[in-house]
Design a binder for this molecule. Structure first.
Ligand SMILES: NC(=O)c1ccc[n+]([C@@H]2O[C@H](COP(=O)([O-])OP(=O)(O)OC[C@H]3O[C@@H](n4cnc5c(N)ncnc54)[C@H](O)[C@@H]3O)[C@@H](O)[C@H]2O)c1
Length: 321
C-alpha cells in the first residue's frame, strides 16, 4: 500500500504522514512549500517539491511509484484571503485539484481522500451540522471546497473513482514531533500561545456575534484524530466509495473560552484586543460526526479543549527552546 500525500509538509498533512508511517503504510509526499516546511517531512520519505496540479511533473511520480491512494491536503486555506483574492483560490483549489484527478485517471488510480471543510456549509441553519445540512458557502474558500466535492461525485459516477470527503471543523493541537508552524499564522490557538509567550499582540475578530459572549464559536478537533480518520478512510473507500463525513468533537468553544484555556495551560496572563468581524466568518460552527463514528468507527481521543491546547503548547515549547 502506497499513499501519495499532497500538502504533506503542511500542518495536517505532516501529522497524517507521521501516523501513516506509524501504521507501516508507505508514503510519497508532494508539497510546493508555498506554506509547508521541508523539515516537517522525515528525510527518508520520498518528497517532491511540485505543484500537485502540474500534470507533467505529477505524471513522473505516478510512473516512479505505484500509488494506491491519494490524500489531498494541498490547498489554499484561509477564509479572509479567499475573500480578498478569490482568483488564487479558484486556481489553487479547483484547477489544481482537477488536474490532479485527471493525472490519477491516466494511471487508473481510483482512490482519493479530500480535505474539505466546515466552510462548505456557510451560515448554519441548525447545530450541530450533520452531513444532511445544506451547503451554501459564504466565502470563496468554502465554495472551492464544495466544487471539489461536487467534482468528486461526478468523477465517481462517470469514472468509478472511489472517494471520501472529510470536512474538518477546526483542526488543532500537535503530536510530539509535528504541529502548527507557519510563517504567517492566522489560527487562534498558535496565535494565543504566541501572545502568552510575549511574541506578539493578539486580536479577536468580532465580539458582537449572537453567541453567549459575543465571540465566534468553533469546534476544535485534534489533528491526530483527523489523521486517524484518514487511515480509517483507506479501508472505507471500498465500502462507502462516495462517503462524506463531518469531523469534529460536537462541542463548541467561543474564542474567549479558547483564550482562557490558553491562559490556564500556559500559566500566563496576556492582553488582547477586539477587532472587527472578518468577512465570511459564520458565528457558530459545530460538527455532528455521528456518521463518521458509525461508518468509519472513528472514535476521537482528544475531546477536552485544554488537552488539545496543552499538546499545542508542548510542541511550541519543544520547537522554541
Ligand atoms: N487547519 C484547519 O483547521 C482546516 C479546517 C478545514 C479544512 N482544512 C483543509 O485541510 C487541508 C490542510 O490544511 P492545513 O491546515 O494543514 O494547511 P497548511 O497550509 O498547513 O498545509 C497545506 C499545504 O499544502 C501545500 N500546498 C498548497 N498548495 C499547493 C499546491 N498547489 N501544490 C502542492 N502543495 C501545495 C502548502 O505548502 C502546505 O504545506 C487544506 O486542504 C485545508 O483546506 C484545514
Amino acid at each position: 500500500m502506497q499513499v501519495l500525500v499532497t500538502g504533506g509538509a503542511g500542518y495536517i498533512g505532516s501529522i497524517t504522514v507521521e501516523k501513516l508511517i506509524e501504521n507501516s503504510i508507505d508514503v510519497v509526499v508532494v508539497d510546493n512549500l508555498s506554506i509547508g516546511r521541508r523539515e516537517a517531512v522525515q528525510p527518508e520519505i520520498p518528497f517532491y517539491q511540485y505543484n500537485c496540479g502540474d500534470r507533467a511533473k505529477m505524471q513522473s511520480i505516478f510512473i516512479d511509484h505505484k500509488i494506491d491512494v491519494v490524500m489531498h491536503f494541498a490547498a489554499s486555506a484561509l477564509v479572509g484571503e479567499s475573500v480578498e483574492n478569490p482568483a488564487l483560490y479558484f486556481q489553487n483549489n479547483v484547477i489544481e485539484t482537477q488536474n490532479l484527478l485527471d493525472t490519477m485517471r491516466k494511471f487508473n488510480c481510483q482512490r482519493f481522500i479530500l480535505s474539505s471543510s466546515a466552510a462548505t456549509f456557510g451560515e448554519p441553519e441548525y447545530s450541530p451540522i450533520d452531513e444532511k445540512h445544506p451547503q451554501n458557502p459564504i466565502n470563496p474558500y468554502g465554495l472551492t471546497k464544495l466544487i471539489n466535492e461536487q467534482t468528486l461525485a461526478w468523477y465517481h459516477r462517470a469514472y468509478g473513482l472511489m472517494y471520501n470527503v472529510f470536512r474538518y471543523f477546526n483542526a488543532a493541537g500537535a503530536t510530539e514531533t509535528h504541529g502548527e508552524i507557519r510563517e504567517i499564522e492566522t489560527h487562534i490557538i498558535p496565535l494565543a500561545i504566541g501572545a502568552a509567550e510575549g511574541n506578539h499582540l493578539f486580536t479577536l475578530y468580532g465580539n458582537d456575534y449572537p453567541t453567549s459572549d459575543g465571540t465566534c464559536v468553533r469546534d476544535y478537533v485534534h489533528v491526530a484524530d483527523l489523521a486517524d480518520a484518514h487511515i480509517r478512510g483507506i479501508g472505507n473507500l471500498e465500502l462507502n466509495p462516495d462517503g462524506c463525513y463531518n469531523l469534529g468533537n460536537g462541542d463548541g468553544f467561543s474564542n474567549l473560552q479558547v483564550v482562557e484555556a490558553v491562559k490556564k495551560v500556559t500559566g500566563m496572563d496576556f492582553d488582547f484586543a477586539y477587532g472587527p468581524r472578518r468577512d465570511g466568518d459564520p458565528a457558530i460552527l459545530v460538527a455532528g460526526s455521528e456518521k463518521a463514528k458509525t461508518e468509519l468507527e472513528w472514535n476521537p481521543q482528544f475531546f477536552d479543549l485544554e488537552k488539545i491546547v496543552e499538546s499545542a503548547y508542548l510542541f511550541y515549547k519543544k520547537t522554541n527552546t
